[in-house]
Design a protein around this ligand. Sequence first.
Ligand SMILES: [Zn+2]
Length: 80
Amino acid sequence: MKISNCSICGLSWSEPIDKEELRYSYDICSCCGCEYGYDDNPTYRESWLKQGAPWFASKYRPPNWNLEEQLRHIIPDWNA
Ligand SMILES: [Zn+2]
């Protein structure tokens, strides 16, 4: 299955990636900063939100970024 958004913060990517491939990629999300395969879990999302949802790579943050809108694309059962 291919997904087009970060499972933790909902950030949309330019290209879809295979779910399993992502899980073992150890890539770091430029928005929420989670490392897939390591801290891509609901607890990480919660603490990220508690910190005020800071961008890991702030240079990629769009000027009109909308957190609420982005969070609609998260995958709640990612680790299920
Ligand atoms: Zn993310």
